[in-house]
Design a protein around this ligand. Structure first.
Ligand SMILES: [Zn+2]
Length: 114
């Protein structure tokens, strides 16, 4: 378990930037992609948020939307975030998204680091 402050920082980060999640199949073909949203809610987002004890996080994260759009297909999820200069930044999935990925068909997680 991460210290609580670190977990909270990671979640705050997840909500402050534009994050893109793309799901690929085993042959690296794109199955689905999505950006995080500050307007959209979805029962799956809510369910995962409640599961990890963060029920207030109801707006859809990119990973959650991509998983919903992938309709049970795909093998790898890639999460990316860039700063204004176009440099990659850390896009490690937050605890809610980790839980969603664990509860999905996705087997491999990759993300930008910076
Ligand atoms: Zn997230």
């Amino acid at each position: 378990m991460l210290p609580k402050t670190m977990t909270i920082a990671r979640i705050a980060m997840c909500n402050q930037y534009q994050i893109k999640a793309t799901i690929f199949d085993k042959r690296n073909r794109i199955v689905a992609s999505a950006y995080n949203s500050y307007e959209k809610t979805h029962p799956f987002q809510k369910e995962m948020a409640v599961k990890v004890g963060l029920p207030m996080k109801e707006y859809c994260h990119a990973e959650i939307l991509a998983i919903i759009r992938s309709k049970g297909k795909g093998y790898r999820i890639h999460v990316e975030r860039y700063n204004k200069a176009g440099e990659p930044r850390n896009a490690k999935p937050c605890p809610i998204c980790e839980e969603a990925i664990k509860n999905s068909h996705i087997k491999v997680i990759s993300y930008t680091v910076g």
